[in-house]
Write a protein that binds this ligand. Structure first.
Ligand code: NAD
Length: 439
């Protein structure tokens, strides 16, 4: 079967490369000619483990091609996936202009029946809007079906998530489209992946409800962490004790500097906006978003208190991306926290295994460093911002000679507090009692 994927960002490219791996013929289309030019040569424009190899394999096997020509992409394909961005507008609502533009492009170039599936995260009602946009743009009526097929992959483990998802959600009102979509995902039947077949609005809602729920879990544990600090409890043990309850589960109960990334903040904002438009206030989502903003501010205060003021100090930051194994800086808490430090007259040295170049462009005041040790040199504290594996085994003896004082502020609770204190460091983290150096 021939399919096409429109938009070759994190979701579009992973979708295209993985479907090619499933044995389908895939055309990936993007309006960004530079990006397509690179992809044709097998160069992936972002960092994601395994994607370069999968794209190369798809190209080699003649199952994966790239184009900027929507007519070519649409013409051959039975199924068209839309995977373009749906960024936040200033009022929090999702900007659907890219999705609608693609809808018009498809309508202009389709010559036979198509299944048009949105992988982009789109608010409830978008499927219907897309149907209207396509019908209004078609020169003559040509049949098509709309499918909502939200994507749940996580950056950093995107290929594994796509190949072994917890579930696949298919929302449509057409039996024909259901059969075609199930056929596409046939390889997942072998690993008994649950397939949820539902209507379009329900499918669209599943994506927002899932992301808002996960974001709420993060904000909840962050608030518990802040209370732990006041009452002398340890959030790591609290989270473990909670997470062992099967009704709660241990995932997304890691206290830290707040959630970020291209999805949670924008999807929570869009859900709040949808609630407002329909007179159903999303109070819990609002609280999760507000607690998240507060958490990022609280991290600046935490660093300030640990250092006894920020003016004239230097902080070494480990990690800029919003999570490990990605170079994605969108809504990364690290950026907000660094901005807060800079505003208070603190100098910032920073290292990130994948996002340093991009991060330095966004924050030109920071000093980019080649590794954690260069970052520590002359710094008053080392702040672990993103839990890259590269930061899990730091040589504390070496760091001690480089830092002005042995202070580790671990905003991801990566380290065992007693171990760090045993290495002669003062250890400040999130929701755990501070440790003083043991030697
Ligand atoms: P992205 O910004 O990385 O990529 C979007 C791509 O679409 C860009 O390459 C852009 O050039 C292209 N594009 C824009 N307009 C176009 C047009 N008219 N025609 C063709 N291409 C066009 O975005 P992303 O992170 O892949 O996210 C895409 C969608 O998937 C969003 O709705 C997002 O919420 C959702 N999503 C993202 C993730 C994630 O982890 N990134 C996970 C699940 C869902």
């Amino acid at each position: 079967m021939q399919i096409c994927v429109i938009g070759t960002g994190y979701v579009g490219l992973v979708t295209g490369a993985c479907f090619a791996e499933f044995g389908l013929n895939v055309t990936c289309m993007d309006t960004d000619a530079k990006r397509i030019g690179k992809l044709e040569k097998g160069e992936v424009p972002f960092y994601e483990p395994g994607i370069t190899e999968l794209v190369a394999k798809g190209i080699r096997d003649n199952r994966l091609t790239f184009t900027t020509d929507i007519a070519k992409a649409v013409d051959d394909a039975l199924v068209i996936f839309i995977a373009v961005g749906t960024p936040s507008r200033s009022d929090g609502s999702a900007d659907l202009s890219y999705v609608e533009e693609v809808g018009r492009g498809i309508a202009r170039h389709m010559t036979g029946y198509k299944v048009i599936a949105t992988k982009s995260t789109v608010p409830v009602g978008t499927g219907e809007t897309l149907r209207k946009v396509i019908k209004a743009t078609q020169k003559k009526p040509i049949p098509f079906d709309i499918v909502s097929n939200p994507e749940f992959l996580r950056e950093g483990s995107a290929i594994e998530d796509f190949m072994r998802p917890n579930r696949v959600v298919i929302g449509t009102d057409s039996a024909e489209a259901t059969a075609i979509m199930k056929d596409l995902y046939r390889p997942l039947y072998l690993i008994e992946t649950p397939i949820v077949i539902t209507d379009i609005p329900t499918s669209e809602m599943i994506k927002y409800a899932s992301n808002a729920f996960l974001a709420t879990k993060v904000s909840f544990i962050n608030e518990i962490a802040n209370l732990c600090e006041k009452v002398g409890a340890d959030v790591q043990a609290v989270a473990k004790g909670m997470g062992l309850d099967h009704r709660i589960g241990s995932k997304f109960l890691h206290a830290g500097p707040g959630f970020g990334g291209s999805c949670f903040p924008k999807d929570v904002a869009a859900l709040i906006d949808t609630g407002e438009r329909h007179g159903a206030e999303m109070r819990i989502a609002k609280a999760a978003a507000a607690a998240n903003e507060q958490q990022k501010r609280a991290m600046v205060v935490k660093i300030k208190q640990a250092l006894g003021g920020l003016q004239g100090k230097t902080v070494g930051v480990l990690g800029l991306s919003f999570k490990p194994n990605t170079n994605d800086l969108r809504e990364s808490p690290a950026l907000t926290i660094i901005e807060g430090l800079l505003k208070e007259g603190c100098a910032v040295r920073a290292h990130d295994p994948a996002a340093l170049e991009e991060g330095t462009k966004l924050l030109p005041q920071i000093t980019p460093c080649a590794d954690p040790y260069e970052t520590a040199e002359g710094s008053d504290a080392l702040v672990l911002m993103t839990e890259w594996n590269q930061f899990r085994n730091l040589e504390f003896g070496r760091l001690r000679t480089l830092l002005r004082q042995p202070l580790l502020i671990d905003l991801r609770n990566v380290y065992e507090p007693e171990r760090v204190a045993g290495m002669g460091f003062r250890y400040v983290s999130v929701g755990q009692p501070e440790r003083t150096p043991k030697k």
